[in-house]
Design a protein around this ligand. Sequence first.
Ligand code: BMA
Length: 791
Amino acid sequence: MSTYRPLHDGWTLAAVSKDVRIAGVAATVPGCVHTDLLAAGLIEDPYLDDNENRLTWIGRSDWDYETAFTWNADSHDRADLLCEGLDTVATIELNGVAVAGVANQHRSYRFAVRELLREGENTLRVRFASPHAYAEARRAELGHRPGAYEAPYQFIRKMACNFGWDWGPAVVTSGIWRPIGLHSWSGARLASVRPLVSGDGHVEVHVTVERATDAPVTVTAAVAGVEREVRLAAGEREAVLELRVEDPRLWWPRGYGAQDRYELVVRLGEESWTGRIGFRDVRLDRTGEGFTLVVNGVPVFVRGVNWIPDDCFPARVTRERLAERFGQATGANVNLLRVWGGGLYESEDFYDLADELGLLVWQDFPFACAAYPEEEPFASEVEAEARENVARLSWRPSLVLWCGNNENLEGHADWGWQDRLGDRTWGAGFYHALLPAVLAELDPTRPYWPGSPYSGHPDLAPNDPARGTTHIWDVWNREDYTRYGDYRPRFVAEFGFQGPPAHTTLRDAVSGELAADAPLVLHHQKAHEGNAKLLRGLAEHLPRPETFDDWHYLTQLNQARAVTFGIERFRSLAPYCAGTIVWQLNDCWPVTSWSAVDGDGRRKPLWYALRRVYADRLLTVQDGAVAVVNDGPQAWTGELELLRLGLGGEPLAKETAAVEVAPRSVARIPLPDSVAVPGDPSAELLSVRLGDRRVLSFFAEDIRVAFPPAVHRTEVIPVAGGLDVTVTAETLLRDLALFPDRLDPASSVDDMLITLLPGESVTFHIATRRQLDPAALISSPVLRCVNEVRP
Ligand code: BMA
């Protein structure tokens, strides 16, 4: 018998620090100080304007959360205070008596408190010490460690990006960020359930029991009609129950088969644990120093996106919001999310949704872009958090890889850290010894990779594209995006290009004039010389923007083009290259960043580009050939049509070739000179068609193409749920896009970045509840194309 009672009501928040006079603020639990102060009207929204700058005192202050609750003695042996997540440096007091002091956001805690409970009214207080002060004190004790940012985020076990990142504000939080409650129980309880599942139907359920009494207990496990039972004699705490399901239906990554799952129920008396397990195997194929995920014996080409915490205040991330974001990932034909190391071990909802959708998860341990101290208290904290989370996630079919950290091996090797470190620790012991040992003990069922980028051996240069995983950042920082074409990588775990958020998102976040270099707009651009890099990145391709509206459209477009260029290149190299993980799917606030979906959940042009370039079937012109990329389950057969055209659409040369491309493979069809060599590169293009796919490839960059000024006819028709906008091209229209959010913030469009030849037409569907002005809808800055921008 046990009961669980959430303690989420009646909380108040007060500042402890003397120079901050805040008390008696109604607090939301789970939540954090920032969101409580915001709800109480005591601070401005940290996501608007440059309010962030005036709120740094929050992370430098100490805070008390306090509540009262009634408790009546019951017949249970035990009453435990269960804290599923405390952010971060907290002392817990029950009725004025110290229960514990903790300092790790990535752990949960259980404290036996029956002795401290009183009949009737009880008070619970959680006092948070300043995370900044804590981290600075550890840094002073242990000695400085280099990192990509000055903030001391590597000296506290808390999500690193909370201290500010090159896409995120510094909003250093404190709070009870996950549920808290009272668990009363008797006899024995399931302290941990760790199922290890394999593709042959085998389940090994490792159970640890916590006891209040010594009586023998029985643990059972059941899945798919198969049951096991183990009796634990007095004092015994560990059990392993082995079950075998004959011929199980397998769990597959999306695009490879169904996501069959089976309910596994583990019981101890009336207590139970339930998980929907999936039978599958995963291994890493390192043949030739490559990096190929193999699921159920089938190599998977990873079409991934990097995931960052979806909000700087993670308690606000509901299951609904995750479901929306995951829908945006699967909608863009993504099959893997990499949970990046500057963030969190995510919630049960996160992995549930991934399991359900067949979205693979690559999970970094939470270490990013810094040298981390291995001394106490961190050695013990890291081990404890790893043990807890590895056990918690052991049975998740979607989780296919544990990775030691983000860019710390590279930082140590290539960013000059060694000179500054002297003989101080930097985390090597975590990535090369501790974490693999924890996994070997608790979860040998999935591969471990010590960091990303990494080449497979500590002595090798970590960021060698020819080995293991690579991160390609020279493009964003220094080089034109065509530089992706010089790469022959095995697996690209990060690469990307920035673009601004949707116009409405920026408009809502910033007051005053919108200009690329307006101080408040720049506050929402965190990358070093970010706006200059945006302009440098488009200079070789697109007209130089003269107005804010042109800047907004062209930089968003260039982001989509840059990433498209990279993915087309890398996919054409499959299976030598076995995956791409775009930096980044999402944002945590309104900002110009590498994301495909902005901080208000709006899809940027990059999202539409990803959907096209991550589809099973892709046609791309690479090195004088058409790469026909077929990553689907069926052969792709048909007649490839190659047309060299004038800009008016007039055919200048035509070739055809019969092609048959086996499932999950790439064919290269050399381009005959008749279509590959233009008479005038500025006035011609190549059309490549196979089945329902058509791509138009230009012989010159847009700035050197003699585009005619855009002329089109449009028709706007009200339909169920919104409007259909049909655009018919009278001249070539390059990268047509519609931005209906400028007229209705809640609206969206179903497609964009479509190039039409004269005479062709396309119908966009706009989802909106409003009556939109048709004239505004079909003109700039809502309806755009490249050749309508005045050069
Ligand atoms: C990589 C990531 C992040 C960063 C991104 C863009 O270094 O791991 O740290 O946000 O590049 O600079």
